[in-house]
Write a protein that binds this ligand. Structure first.
Ligand code: G3P
Ligand code: MG
Length: 247
């Protein structure tokens, strides 16, 4: 992807719609969309039988009616879980979406996606390859490709080998001295950093080296304005109700 091919909105809803609906569910996407958001970040890992599903944690306990590791259950078993009641009764029975569900929903609505590859520990390579291949098939023919990201450089390298043409962003919670070299090694199009690591110089340095810059998770409207004024390309937020996405 050349920098001129970057066609993503600057505002990106985190885990669907942040904290206003159960994260990483279709209900969250619909909620984010109701505030005008047209791009969504979400977390994907593999079920025990190797299917791509939306889930942040390695375990099911916090956000579903299940227990234990996500990869201890098959997709069929995950489909029986309630991923909404933990958030509130309005979302009782909300299912765990597959990546295919989200591909269908977002493309039908002309929404853009940032797929965060979030492997369970020990499954980094396998998850990076499988999610990238699924994304390649599910978004084949889409006007704008999904943006893949990960904190795992192993997963991103696997994604690069499996689907070299899908754009990649490296997630970094702290910026190491060699962050530009890491982006180059993985042939990334963007840096995706904790917003606390960013200032005008880092954004300018990334741009000068040919990279876009995204950051997470910005929930203060004043901080969002500051980052966008510095030329930030993608702002990932929970505060879909407080930070208007604009055009
Ligand atoms: O993709 C950016 C952001 O989602 C990374 O943090 O833990 O919310 O997945 P986390
Ligand atoms: Mg995430």
């Amino acid at each position: 992807m050349k920098p001129t091919d970057w066609r993503y909105p600057r505002h990106i809803a985190h885990r669907g719609a942040g904290k206003l609906a159960p994260e990483n569910t279709l209900a969250a996407f619909r909620h984010g969309a109701s505030f005008g958001y047209r791009m969504f970040e979400f977390d994907v890992k593999l079920s025990g039988d190797g299917k791509s599903v939306l889930m942040h944690d390695a375990t099911l306990d916090r956000t579903t009616s299940g227990h234990g590791r996500v990869d201890a259950l098959t997709l069929g078993e995950l489909a029986a879980l309630d991923a909404g009641s933990w958030h509130g009764p309005a979302f009782a029975g909300e299912p765990i979406p597959t990546l295919a569900t989200i591909a269908r929903y977002t493309q039908a609505n002309d929404f853009h996606v940032n797929i965060e590859i979030k492997p369970v520990p020990g499954a980094e390579y396998r998850t990076g390859a499988a999610v990238a291949l699924d994304a390649l098939v599910l978004w084949r023919g889409a006007a704008v490709p999904p943006l893949l990201s990960s904190f795992s450089e192993v997963a991103l390298e696997a994604a690069r080998l499996a689907a070299p043409d899908l754009p990649r962003a490296l997630l970094l919670d702290k910026l190491p001295a060699d962050w530009l070299d890491r982006l180059r090694r993985l042939d990334c199009v963007a840096l995706d950093a904790n917003h606390r690591e960013l200032d005008a110089k880092v954004i300018a340095d990334a741009h000068a080296a040919g990279f876009k810059v995204l950051c997470y998770t910005v929930n203060d409207p004043a901080r969002a304005s500051e980052l966008l004024a510095w030329g930030l390309d993608g702002l990932i937020t929970d505060a879909v109700d407080l930070i208007p996405p604009g055009k």
